[in-house]
Ligand binder design. Sequence first.
Ligand code: GL2
Length: 829
Amino acid sequence: GFGERKAKAERMFSLMDGFLKNDPFSLQKDIIHHVEYTVARSRFSFDDYEAYQAVSHSVRDRLIERWHDTHIYFKKKKSKRLYFLSLEFLMGRSLSNSVINLGIQDQYTEALSQLGFEFEVLAEQEGDASLGNGGLARFSACQMDSLATLDYPAWGYGLRYEYGLFRQIIVDGFQHEQPDYWLNYGNPWEIERIHVTYEVKFYGTVEDVDRNGEKLKVWIPGETVEAVAYDNPIPGYGTRNTINLRLWAAKPNNQFDLEAYNTGDYINSIVNKQRTETISNVLYPDDRSHQGKEMRLKQQYFFVSASLQDIIRRFKEAHNNFDELPEQVALHLNDTHPSLSIAEIMRILVDEEHLGWDKAWNIVCKIFSFTTHTVVAEGLEKIPVDLLGSLLPRHLQILYEINSNFMEELKKRIGLDYSRLSRMSIVEEGAVKSIRMANLSIVCSHTVNGVSKLHSNTLKTKTFKDFYELWPEKFQYTTNGVTQRRWIVVSNPSLCALLSKWLGTEAWIRNADLLTGLRDHVDNTGFRQEWKMVKRLNKMRLAEYIETMSGLKVSLDAMFDVQVKRIHEYKRQLLNIFGIIHRYDCLKNMDKNDRRKVVPRVCIIGGKAAPGYEIAKKIIKLCHAVAEKINNDADIGDLLKLVFIPDYNVSVAELVIPGADLSQHLSTAGQEASGTGSMKFLMNGCLLLATEDGSTVEIIEEIGSENLFLFGAKAHEVSELREKGGTLKVPLQFARVLRMVRDGHFGDKDYFESLCDTVEVGNDLYLLGSDFGSYLEAQAAADKAFVEPEKWIKMSILSAAGSGRFSSDRTIREYAERTWKIDPCQCPF
Ligand code: GL2
C-alpha cells in the first residue's frame, strides 16, 4: 500500500544522505569522486577535458535531483501539461548554462580554483549539441529555458541524432562539410533510459477485419524498430523546476528474424537489423525544405509515434477514459515537421482505443496548436502520397478520411467553389499527388501561430488566406523571443554584472522588462564609460578569437560589423559583400586626406550553407575571394578587413554577438518570418542595420526608428517592385561592383558567373539592385554615428533597454495563457 511505499522511499532517501550540498568543499569532493569513479582517471593526472567531464557529472547529479522532484510534483498536482514537439533543438553547450540556472556558479568557480582549474577554461572543453539547423531550432532551445524558468509543466520531445548539423570547414575559400559525431566523447548531459522504450512500426498492409459485427482496420506492419528515450534535464533559473527534453534514438528490436537465422543467414540478418538504427542517425542539413525523402519521413514518424505512445501512457496512468485529454494535454506542433502526430493520435484513439471516429476527432481538434516558421508557400512541406502510403498505409487512409470530412464541411460552408476547395484540400492533386502538411496542421489545430506581426499578416492575407477567411479566430501571432539567460548571463558576463549594478537588482534575469530601467541612466557619464569598457572587453575577446582562427590581427578601434546566420539568397549576404566591395573601391580611389576621415571597419560574416545549395556556397567562396584581396592590400591596412568565421554555431555566437558594434539583418522585406539573431544583438547593445522585415518591425516599435539604421523596400512594396522586374532602376555603383566580380577582379571569373546572374536586372528576385542605394545610405549613416561615440553609446544603451519584449519569457507566457492554457506549477524547494 501507499504507507509501505512511503516508508521505503524515506528509507532510501536517508541512505542518500539528503540532497547534495553546494558549498565549494562538497563540490570538490563530488568532482574528485567523478574523476575517480566515473571518468576513471587517476587522482594525480587528469587533463582539462577530464576535469570538464567530472565537473559536468557533478552538475548532472544536481540536475537529476531537481528533475525528479519536479516530475513527482507535476504528477501530484495533476496539472495540464504541454508537450512541445520539435524535430530540432539547438542546445549548444550545457555546463555554464546549468550552473548559472542552478545558481551555483560562484561555488563552482571557487571549488575549481582551489583544485587548480579555471571554470571558464573547462567550460570551453565542451562541444556543442547541434541537433538543429538555425533559427527555428535555437528558438526551440530558448523556449525550453523559458518554460523551465517560468515553472510551466512542459516536456520537450525530439530526436537524438547521432550526427548533428555538419561541421563547416573552409578549404581554399570553399565550404566543406564534415560529420559532427558529437557523442564520440560521451555526453554527460543526457540520461539513457533503457527501460523507456516503444515499438515503432513501418510498412506492411491494412486489413479489414470484422470483429463481432464491428468493422475494424488492422495494420499489419512490415518492420518494427525500437525507440529508446534519452532524457536531457533543462533547469529553470531561480526555481527548483527542472523539466525534461526527451530525445528518441532508434535501436533494432529484440524479436529475431527467425527465418533468416534458421536459414543460416546470420550475418545478413544482423546487417539488416543495423539498418534500422540509421533512422535517428543524421539531422537533415537543409533548413527550409524537406521535400519527399523517405528517411526524413521515417524520422518524423519515428519521433511522433514514440512521443505519442509515451504521452498517452502517462495520461492513462491517471485516467480511465479519454474525455479529459484536452484538459490535461496540449500538443504543440513546432512547424509541420511533427504533423503526422495528427494521424497517429487518430490511429491510436480509433484503432487501438476503439473510441469511434467522431469522438476521437472531437478530442483531437482540441489538443493541437501549430506554429509555422516560414513565409513562402513553396517552402511548405508536402509528402508524396505514394511514399506515405507505402511507409504508413494506415495513416494514409486516416489522412484521406480527415480530408474527405473536411471537404464535406467546407462545401457546406463555401459551396462548390472548386478552385478554392482544391487550394484548401489536404491532398494536392497534381503530377505528384501529395499531402500538404500545413493544411493538415491548420485543419486540426485550434490555433495557428505566426512568429511575428508581419509574418502573421502575410499568413492571413497571402499564404493561408483561404483558411483565414474560413476560421479567422484560429489565427494568432506570438512574436519570437530569446532567453536572456543564455544570451546575456552566459555569453556576456561583464554586461550581466553591469546591468545588475545599474539596475540595482538581478531581477531582470527573470523579468527582462526591467531592462527599460537603463533609460534612466542613459545620460550618466559614469554609466556610459562602463558601458564602453564592457563593449571593448568583448571586442578584445572576439579579436583574439579571430587571430587564433585566421591569423588576422584586427584593430579594436574599428567598427566591428557582423552578419552571422545561415547563408540564404533572401538573407542577402551578397548585398553585404557587394557593399564591402563598394567600400573597398571607394577607398582605392580616395586621396590620403579623405582616407583619414573614413571609419575603419572589421566586417565579419559567418554561416553555413546547406550542402546542396550551390548559390549559397558561391556566396561563401566570394566572401573569401574578396577577403583575400582586401586583407592583403597594404594600401588599405586597418581601414577595411573582411573575416569569414567558419563553423558558426551556438558557442561561436556566444562569442561573436557580445563583440559586435553593428549587426546586419538584410533580408528582402517580407521574407524573414521573424529572425531571432537581431534580438540577441539588441540585448547586447549592438546597433542594427536592417530592413523592415520580420521582428525588426517590432524592434522599431520598442526602440524607435532613430536608434537603428533602416533601409530598403518595405514588405508591401516588394511585390510591386518584383513585378516591375526588368525595368527597375539600379544604381551605377551596383552595376560597377557587379562588373568587377564579373571581370575577375577577385579571381574565379567563371565560377562566379552564375552567382552574378542571380542579381542581374530582370532576374533579381531578392531586389539587391534596387535596395543597394538605400543600403549604402544606411551604411553611411552608421559610419557617421560611429564617429560620435557619445551618440553611438546612447543608441547602444537604448537598444538594450528596449530589448525586454524580445525575451522568450514573454513569448512563452503568451503561448501558455492564450494558446496552451497551462498554469505555472512551481515545485517547492
Ligand atoms: C525560421 C525563420 O526563417 C526565421 O525567420 C525564424 O526566426 C525562425 C524561428 O521562428 O524560423 N524558419 C525556418 O525554417 N528556419 C528559421 O530559422 N530555419
